[in-house]
Design a protein around this ligand. Structure first.
Ligand code: SRM
Ligand code: SF4
Length: 575
């Protein structure tokens, strides 16, 4: 539907992906046939459908030039994303992912900013075995990507508490209420005996998604009153759990319309935070979530993918209009939204008690990459811990790992294994490094225009040295970098955001709040990688001098405003 006037687009106005989805027989397409072809890639339509199955067709961009010079094909490979609600991974599932990475992938696992695992570098011929291994360990890649509900995020800290227990009990039900119902995934990847994908089996329905699924990706996160570690405001649908009088789960505040993706120099695309729409009781949250998805399904823009996320529907039609449509879909009266406030944001690092006898360790993973390097063999260390002590592994929205369910008597063993493998336990890390995030960008991401994960370790350590020099080591400054404006490491919500504009250059943003409720603002454009610290230094120096008490850097910048900051430090105004 057209988001501005509500008219239905004509067939030839639909975006190409809409036609692929509509003709796919519930995401089957010709994927099964394509898998039998001895080619390194899938056909164009199947590349789109693959995403719904949790697979991206990529290439190793480091090898592109060389291949071109030699007149060879690009180095095609697949990325597999497992959907992991709340980031909870059993010991068996952890080991299964480690095995797939080792046997068929590039030897690394990557914890994503939405608490999933990504496995890069899998060849087409190894996809089925990889996906089967993941399913054998009781996880799925269905809905890892594509125009459906993505992984539902939730605070992963395994702390025994009535509110957390209530949310944990509800999460699986919410996940299954918002998951696609197609049998295509099982047929193609697991049953193995599908001959033709040309027909939808009789009686198979997609009650929530219909024949065309959603206009675009759809993201949901559950925040817990007082703990916004999931960055709930970055989501299409944000659910903030609140307590009843006894401290147990009382209900949810419902936030809608967040999203960070934007395209450079296209002001009609924008990042924005989710805003409160309503509040509901806990037993109403599934119905309201399905209703929000359904309104976006029926009214979202299917003609232009750059304008298809829920945030544009709400910007075009207004929050009141959207709320009315949601109200029409549910069987109860929506409550007024409650005020949402976040005292601080937890990263859940270090040792903490889960309950009377057990502990968990939040372990910092630089940019989410679990790999063996010469000095620190992190992947081997984690494998050894999981094999010997069988902790549950939980993935955090800051790309870190929690080892959960560790008995008092096992703590020394965990630390000893980490030490033997050269892995620093968090105490040794600089706070600025701990709070940093970067997206994968080059060489796997097809949309990257600049480096991110590979340059961030050096950038953040240089920045950390400046902070030390200025006495700001413990100022809690978060820095997030991405290799393009799509915002995968949520750079627009950091105290500092570094967003790649072209190879070696980054837009520098400042002024986000540590609680993740406010977007930061563009301070300096297309700064050379080597000049990032020098660009930030005068601001940090002034902040160190003028800071009041424990004031956050982002708050200080925001209070002054970027225009004054640019005037003060003679930075060219943004075009
Ligand atoms: Fe993302 C596309 C990686 C979280 C906004 N994202 C991509 C792709 C799949 C590139 C592509 O389409 O070909 C990247 C794969 C790179 C690679 O080689 O692995 C990619 N996104 C990631 C991850 C792995 C970054 C990370 O450092 O962990 C995150 C995986 C999350 C997951 O497990 O599901 C990831 N992406 C995000 C987030 C953050 C979030 O959701 O909290 C955002 C901003 C929030 C939002 O969606 O608005 C985000 N990714 C995008 C966009 C822009 C969407 C838009 O509305 O414009 C794209 C491009 C697109 O969809 O067209 C994108
Ligand atoms: Fe790729 Fe851009 Fe996302 Fe980074 S922000 S992973 S470069 S799409």
């Amino acid at each position: 539907m057209c988001t501005t006037c509500g008219c239905t687009p004509l067939e030839d106005e639909l975006s190409k992906v809409e036609r692929v989805k509509a003709g796919s027989n519930h995401l089957r397409g010709t994927l099964a046939e394509d898998l039998t072809q001895d080619t390194p890639t899938f056909n164009e339509e199947n590349v789109q459908l693959l995403k719904f199955h949790g697979v991206y067709q990529q290439e190793d961009r480091d090898k592109r030039k060389e291949a071109r010079r030699l007149g060879l094909e690009k180095h095609h490979q697949m990325m597999i994303r497992t959907r992991i609600p709340g980031g909870v991974v059993s010991a068996e599932a952890y080991l299964a992912h480690d095995d797939v990475a080792n046997r068929w992938g590039n030897g690394t696992l990557r914890v994503t900013t939405r608490q999933d695992f990504q496995l890069h570098g899998v060849l087409k011929g190894d996809l089925r075995n990889s996906i089967r291994a993941i399913n054998d360990a009781l996880l799925t890649t269905l809905g890892g990507c594509g125009d459906v509900e993505r992984n539902i995020m939730c605070c992963p800290a395994p702390i025994r508490d009535a509110l957390r227990d209530g949310v944990a009990a509800l999460l699986p039900e919410l996940v299954s209420a918002l998951a696609p119902a197609t049998g295509a995934y099982h047929e193609i990847w697991l049953d193995g005996d599908l001959v033709s994908g040309s027909a939808t089996p009789p009686g198979e329905e997609e009650p929530l998604y219909g024949e065309q699924y959603l206009p675009r990706k759809f993201k949901t996160a559950i925040g817990l009153e007082g703990d916004n570690c999931v960055d709930v405001h970055a989501n299409d649908l944000g659910l903030v759990a609140y307590r009843d009088g006894s401290g147990a789960l009382g209900g949810f505040n419902v936030l809608v319309g967040g999203g960070l993706g934007r395209t450079r120099n296209k002001p009609e695309t924008f990042a924005t935070v989710a805003v409160p729409m309503a509040s509901v009781r806990a037993d109403q949250v599934i119905e309201v979530s399905r209703a929000v998805v359904a309104v976006q399904r029926d009214h979202g823009d299917r003609t232009n993918r750059r304008h298809a996320r829920l945030k544009y529907l709400i910007a075009d039609r207004g929050l009141a209009w959207f709320r009315e449509r949601v109200q029409d879909q549910v069987s109860f009266e929506l409550g007024d939204p409650r005020a949402v406030s976040w005292p601080r944001v937890e990263d859940h690092l270090g040792w903490q008690r889960s309950d009377g006898s057990r502990w968990f360790l939040g372990l910092y993973i630089e940019n989410g990459r679990i790999a063996d390097a010469e000095e620190a063999r992190l992947r081997s260390a984690l494998r050894a811990i999981v094999e010997s002590l069988r902790p549950e592994v939980r993935l955090t929205p800051q790309q870190n790992v929690i080892l959960s369910g560790v008995e008092e008597g096992e703590r020394d063993a965990v630390e000893a294994i980490l030490r033997e493998h050269g892995v620093a336990v968090n105490g040794d890390l600089h706070p600025a490094v701990q709070l940093a995030m970067a997206c994968p960008a080059l060489p796997t991401c097809g949309l990257a225009v600049a480096e991110s994960e590979r340059v961030m370790p050096a950038v953040i350590r240089r920045l950390a040295a400046v902070l030390d020099e200025l006495g700001l080591r413990d100022a809690g400054i978060s820095t997030r970098m991405t290799g393009c404006p799509n915002g995968c490491a949520r750079p627009y919500l950091g105290d500092i955001g570094l967003v790649g504009t072209t190879l070696g250059k980054y837009d520098v943003y400042v002024g986000g709040d540590p609680q993740g409720t406010r977007l930061n603002l563009l301070y300096a454009e297309s700064v050379r990688l080597d000049d990032i610290c020098d660009t930030l230094r005068p601001l940090l120096e002034a902040f160190a001098r003028e800071r009041r008490g424990a004031e956050a850097f982002g708050d200080w910048c925001n209070q002054l405003g970027v225009t004054r900051l640019r005037d003060r430090f003679t930075v060219e105004p943004a075009a």
